[in-house]
Design a protein around this ligand. Structure first.
Ligand code: ATP
Ligand code: MG
Length: 389
């Protein structure tokens, strides 16, 4: 018995002329995921990618891997048979036994792209449906909302039989939308924000600001674990760790307490802007959500945005905390995010932060500091780490 993995692309199919390059990128991303398991061959036809193992392979593990590839709308394992109805009919009852025993209703869908095949699709459906009913008499046919859809595909290279296709990660392939820098803290929101933008095809780098000795080695390790948790979805991630202590101390010394947070955030944006531009990234990503905390009011966001001319993507901007937490749990970052280590943002938190900062006042206060050289100093002391899936 030979089995392969089928991946259905979703939105890619809508991409018109670019479709082929999207599909090639998707195959490249899938290959990267499956290559460590052994040798595979790939081909694509009709919005489907056929992944054939060329040596014995644990297909369940392979499915676990492709589940996290953006651009895959649905996936399943499928049986390969010789291209004849008799071969399909001989294999189907055994191959589908477990799935069909657990279901009450089903239907058969046939697809025939090899027009030289002697039976037409409706005939294949009828015959195969009848055969399965005779083997599993508890079943009923439901063409509207079947619990199980049995697919018989007659393609150029062979016939394929499968059932129980699962929804994939969705989105579009990572790398198809360029690269952007995720400002990542150890919190719940920023990893989710990064994941959401990767789902839209963006390849991520990460930027993390730390303030030793106020922030600990464990806080940094926590951020590294979060990045590691993103890699199965996002691929290789480069993380820039920016020393932020001196800037924070200078702000504390030179600026009124209620402006700490907003000025600190402007420094973060400026430094992120420089790092992103140097590496030819096209946008910044943050985990901010309107009204969640004092630094995330509309006016405060306005004061931070103005220091960068890169677009700032905030995919969780309109989401409730609970909605963000739901995604964090799904992508398995939540348990790490709630570990209690301090972040540089929490080190010098003002008691009464300005929720309606006035830009001119912020700029005036900030100009007491040597902004340009502080930023330059931080950028040149930045170190990078690579994280592989
Ligand atoms: P998160 O859960 O992502 O930490 P938050 O609700 O705690 O978000 P803030 O601490 O105000 O909010 O941070 C807002 C955003 O600023 C974060 O989502 C992140 O993108 C960025 N940010 C905060 N702290 C850091 C840091 N130490 N390094 C890099 N980016 C940071
Ligand atoms: Mg935070």
């Amino acid at each position: 018995m030979k089995e392969i993995i089928l991946l259905k692309d979703g939105e890619i199919a809508l991409k018109g002329l670019n479709r082929s390059s999207f599909e090639d990128l998707l195959i490249k991303n899938v290959k990267r995921k499956l290559a460590p398991m052994g040798k595979w061959t790939y081909w694509k036809a009709q919005s489907t990618i056929y992944c054939t193992p060329e040596e014995p392979m644990d297909l369940e593990e392979a499915l676990e891997r492709v589940k996290k590839v953006f651009g895959v709308a649905a996936y399943c394992r499928a049986l390969v048979t010789e291209k004849s109805y008799d071969a399909l009919a001989a294999a189907a009852p055994d191959y589908l036994r477990e799935t069909l025993l657990a279901a009450r209703t089903f239907k058969v869908v046939a697809k025939r792209s090899d027009k030289s095949f002697p039976m037409q699709s409706p005939e294949i459906c009828r015959e195969l449906g009848g055969l399965l009913l005779s083997h599993f008499p508890h079943l009923r046919v439901d063409v509207e909302q079947p619990e199980v859809t049995v697919m018989a595909e007659i393609r150029e290279r062979g016939a394929y039989l499968h059932a129980g296709q699962q929804p994939g990660a969705g989105g579009i392939p990572v790398g198809s939308s360029g690269r952007a820098a995720l400002l990542i803290s150890g919190g719940i929101d920023s990893p989710v924000a990064g994941w959401m933008m990767a789902k839209r095809g963006i390849e991520l780098s990460a930027i993390h600001f730390e303030s030793p000795p106020y922030t600990s080695e464990r806080a940094r390790q926590k951020v590294f674990s979060l990045i590691e948790k993103l890699t199965p979805w996002c691929g290789r991630i480069r993380c820039y760790v920016v020393p932020f202590t001196r800037i924070q101390e200078q702000i504390k010394e030179g600026c009124p307490e209620e402006y700490f947070t907003i000025i600190m955030r402007r420094f973060m944006m400026r430094i992120a802007d420089t790092l992103a531009r140097r590496a030819k990234m096209g946008a910044l990503i943050t985990g901010e959500s309107v009204g969640q905390v004092a630094s995330q009011t509309m006016l405060a966001l306005g004061c931070t945005d103005i220091v960068t001319r890169l677009p700032v993507f905030r995919p969780v901007i309109g989401m409730d905390k609970l909605e963000i937490v739901e995604i964090a749990r799904r992508i398995d970052t939540y348990e790490t995010s709630i570990l209690p280590y301090e972040d540089c943002c929490t080190v010098f938190t003002p008691r009464h932060p300005r929720t309606r900062p006035v830009l001119e006042t912020v700029e005036e206060i900030e100009n007491r500091l040597d902004v340009a050289s502080l930023c330059e100093e931080a950028v040149s002391a930045t170190v990078t780490h690579w994280f592989n899936p």
